[in-house]
Design a protein around this ligand. Structure first.
Ligand code: DQA
Length: 151
């Protein structure tokens, strides 16, 4: 059974309270609970972690090596600043899908660039909490296609 690591970056522990007009009313606990439900229906294992610290997220990516088959990641503001997260994903080579609740391309110019996108399988942005569930589906499909490229 494939195993997926969900990584939430900076300030995402405040979901539900934080700028709800942009990020919605759903809490991180609710998103994680729904991800577990979605993972079960897709037949994969899922572990979710959140940190506000860049180095902790880098360590989590390193620790995923040989343990998890895919990473679903919302790096938060580190999306736009972190060469270290980008390099960690490139180093471990674990297929990673980048997700954002808001549509980062409709917002301030500094959010339009992602350091993660060039090393990600793909990116889903703008569907609120649904971005995570769509991202999980896309990641699981990608992993299955990699395992059986002709199907
Ligand atoms: C975010 C978008 C980022 O620009 C922002 O810094 C976040 C959340 C999103 O999910 O929409 O913290 O990643």
């Amino acid at each position: 059974m494939s195993s997926i690591l969900v990584l939430h970056g900076s300030n995402l522990n405040l979901l539900g309270k934080r700028e709800p007009g942009i990020y919605g009313a759903v809490t991180l606990e609710q998103i994680n609970a729904q991800l577990v439900v979605e993972a079960a229906s897709l037949g994969v294992r899922l572990l979710a972690q959140q940190s506000n610290h860049e180095g902790v997220l880098v360590d989590a990516i390193h620790a995923a090596w040989g343990v998890h088959d895919g990473i679903l990641m919302n790096p938060g503001a580190y999306t736009h600043t972190s060469v270290a997260l980008r390099d960690a994903i490139a180093a471990v080579g674990i297929p990673t899908v980048e997700v954002h609740l808001s549509n980062i391309y409709r917002r301030e110019a500094f959010r339009h660039h992602s350091y993660i996108a060039p090393v990600a399988v793909g990116q889903i942005s703008g569907f609120g909490a649904e971005s995570y569930y769509l991202g999980l589906r896309a990641l699981v499909r990608h992993l299955r296609q990699m395992a059986a490229p002709t199907s």
